[in-house]
Design a protein around this ligand. Sequence first.
Ligand SMILES: Cc1ncc(COP(=O)(O)O)c(C=O)c1O
Length: 436
Amino acid sequence: MTASLTDTRSAELYRRSLERLPGGVNSPVRAMRAIGRDPIFIDRGAGAELFDVDGNRFVDYVCSWGPLIHGHAHPRVLEAIEQAAAKGTSFGAPTAGEVELASEVARRMDGVEMLRMTSSGTEASMTAIRLARAATGREPILKFAGAYHGHVDGLLADAGSGLATQGIPASPGVPAAAANETVVVPWNDTDALVAATNHYELAAIVAEPYPANMGLVPPAPGFLELLRERAHHNGALLIFDEVISGFRVAPGGAQERSDVIPDLTIMGKVIGGGLPAAAYGGSRELMERIAPAGDVYQAGTLSGNPLAVAAGLKTLELLTETAYAQLARTTELLADGLREAIRAGGWFGRAHVVSVPGLLTVFFRRDRVRDYADASDCDRDAYAAWCRELLARGVYPPASQFEAWFPSLAHDEAAVERTLEAATAAFAALPRGAGA
Ligand SMILES: Cc1ncc(COP(=O)(O)O)c(C=O)c1O
């Protein structure tokens, strides 16, 4: 399907982009280095499919890393954006849509009475931490190894995702003072969590309730409840980063699915429907510490941008109970099919699939992955080879063992069928003995 990698339009654009963009991209994982190939330049998307600049067509499981839960270029989302754009693209003044979006989020998420919008999940994380510090008068925060909360200085320690993909433990340029205020604990490790919460006086425990930046590693039974109990015993706030899980694993995100309600919630991706928008929210009491209601400062020229709000509102409006049932069915079909592909392709006992509605990871490891150390122990070379084979067969997977797959509502049975045929053939095509 892909022509010789040196004479394609993608290759030419990549050569030019390397002159102007660090690594040729505007966000590291797009470079596809972790799977040992050059990036693919995209021309357009439609439904479940991506079309690259060379005319190749792929079933897309990245879906912009999560925002496109209805697939690419959904006509009703586009219409909402066009209608908003025709009225003007930004005002730097409040609009009706922002009130509606905040109300819709509050209706869905028990932990969110009020929210503040930002343009990225990183900003939302940064300010949720600032608010937790202001509310508790403490500085240390606890995060989990392999969890990614954006590129906030103090949260880059053991941050999984793109950093793990590039083999970067944290990042040069992060002040020691910022890193020193972060306590990192292994995910799903009850003893380590109890020990850390007995030792430190924390401002917050911040967690992805369904971590998806070391691949998808769901919480062990009772672990989210323990997070809440330990946070409150400590006097810390519990912050759920629902940038990925929010509006995806259930209408009200992981907090609905688990019934563990955090003090603060970080949102992103789906809330902007494919345009730049994110938010953090919580109880009225906490959120009224934010300026101008309160004394904790945070602002943004494009925060609550009318186009992003319109895309987010329409995206949420289309996320009905029926849509969630369909997404759960599609994910299950895909996960079961991939398990079968592992068997049929001769990889049983060397790879396994983990899924929750709307998210999935194929781990190249025999034993179940419980934490970041386990995820790092996967056969990443085999994953990379499998991804290259998938791309050659018209399937676009996340180009890293540490990223989750994002099936969407546009993935119909035919798209899943095409994926599973490609996946089986891709397993069978892997070098004999790879991953053994
Ligand atoms: C769980 C989580 N939190 C925060 C972020 C940061 O969001 P953004 O890339 O919009 O800054 C991401 C990004 O992938 C994420 O997955």
